[in-house]
Write a protein that binds this ligand. Structure first.
Ligand SMILES: [Zn+2]
Length: 82
């Protein structure tokens, strides 16, 4: 599943909608078969969506930091083991 690493690396760009269409297609294909990445993206998308809706400002900075940290930790653990 080393493919996941490549996917995650580009996730930030993906969420900004700033990726080449080729990768988006590839990523979406990957997501159909990879629940881990799907969950990850859904979490991130939710965060991005919150921010875009403007409700982001209502979330304490500490909460946001913790959330990002948790996600990062989870993925680090997952991929470092392989
Ligand atoms: Zn994956």
């Amino acid at each position: 599943m080393s493919h996941c690493r490549d996917m995650i690396k580009k996730l930030a760009d993906y969420l900004d909608g700033d990726l080449e269409p080729e990768f988006c297609t590839e990523l979406e294909k990957h997501l159909k078969g990879c629940n881990n990445c799907k969950l990850m993206i859904n979490s991130m998308k939710m965060t991005v969506q919150l921010c875009k809706d403007g409700t982001c400002e209502d979330l304490p900075q500490e909460f946001q930091d913790k959330f990002q940290q948790k996600l990062a930790e989870r993925w680090k653990k997952k991929f470092d083991r392989q």
